[in-house]
Design a protein around this ligand. Structure first.
Ligand code: ATR
Length: 271
């Protein structure tokens, strides 16, 4: 049976084994998808051992996405733009890195949530690894304007400059986000997963905007409740998780699994 795994630290909470097991069932395939708890400073050793033992591919979650990118011998363009990888595959004797997070976000926004990215005015909050992974795929959908707002203004401006050749993106400090109004507001800061407050100007959530938190479940609640109170439609990032997994599965196995049923099952498990 082909072996896959998700590497992380911590990793026991990961939904990826459940998602990939359901994909395989739905596709009539048999795969073995487990978890690997790698030491915080030991990703390369753990990955080397996994692939030496015949592992076909892995997903990579915090804190190893940069280490995974560096570990690979061949890197996709979107992983290179992100400077991080959530996907590795052993192919023709080499380890290939990719980043399926941005494609997962775009698929969730457009296919599951019915949002239009073309011509949209988008506010992306955060300029760390999570934000970097999704900027190029967002810009590839042709939004009219993307404002990248970050607590540390210089990081937002630097990142916006780097991605400017790909589309209309500008940096801003969180405290001085322009009045847009924004049709889509995406929280890619680490505040939700860390349970920290995120200071935002009141005008950020327009009535009927879509507010999206890349975290899921209880972690996303604080951000999404604030958005809902302002009249925005709110979604956590569970769909992004399922869609990035589907993109990974398709890259490994050449066939794309259906996602709607799997997402509905996960939602039913986590009311
Ligand atoms: P990740 O991989 O989850 O993106 P990261 O690379 O450490 O984690 O980036 C964290 C992001 O969340 C950064 O944009 C960070 O802002 P700074 O660049 O100013 O550090 C943002 N962030 C973290 N804590 C925050 C807080 N309390 N308020 C606002 N933004 C915060």
């Amino acid at each position: 049976m082909d072996r896959y795994a998700v590497f992380g630290n911590p990793v026991s909470h990961s939904l990826s084994p459940r998602i990939h097991a359901r994909f395989a069932e739905l596709m009539g395939e048999r795969i073995d998808y487990g978890t690997v708890l790698a030491p915080v400073d030991g990703f390369a050793g753990a990955a080397r051992a996994f692939f030496a033992a015949g592992g076909r591919g892995c997903n990579v979650t915090l804190p190893f996405k940069v280490a995974a990118f560096e570990f690979a011998e061949v890197r996709s363009e979107r992983a290179t733009l992100a400077g991080a990888a959530n996907f590795l595959a052993a192919r023709e004797g080499a380890i290939h890195a990719d980043n399926t997070d941005g494609a997962g976000l775009v698929a969730d926004l457009e296919s599951n949530l019915g949002a239009q990215l073309r011509d949209a005015v988008v506010l992306l909050l955060g300029a760390g690894g999570a934000a970097r992974g999704v900027i190029a795929p967002l810009l590839s959908r042709g939004p009219r304007r993307v404002v990248l707002a970050n607590r540390t203004e210089a990081t937002a401006r630097e990142l916006a400059r780097r991605f400017a050749p790909l589309g209309a993106i500008e940096g801003a400090p969180l405290a001085a986000i322009p009045q847009a109004p924004f049709g889509i507001v995406i929280n890619a800061t680490s505040t939700s997963t860390r349970g920290e407050p995120l200071e935002l100007p009141a005008h950020v959530f327009a009535r009927d905007a879509l507010a999206y938190d890349m975290a899921y479940g209880a972690a996303a609640e604080r951000f999404l409740e604030r958005a809902s109170a302002a009249g925005a439609r709110a979604s956590d990032g569970l769909g992004m998780l399922v869609e990035q997994a589907a993109e990974s599965y398709a890259l490994w196995r050449g066939k794309r699994p259906p996602t709607a049923a799997v997402l509905a099952e996960l939602r039913a498990l986590r009311p």
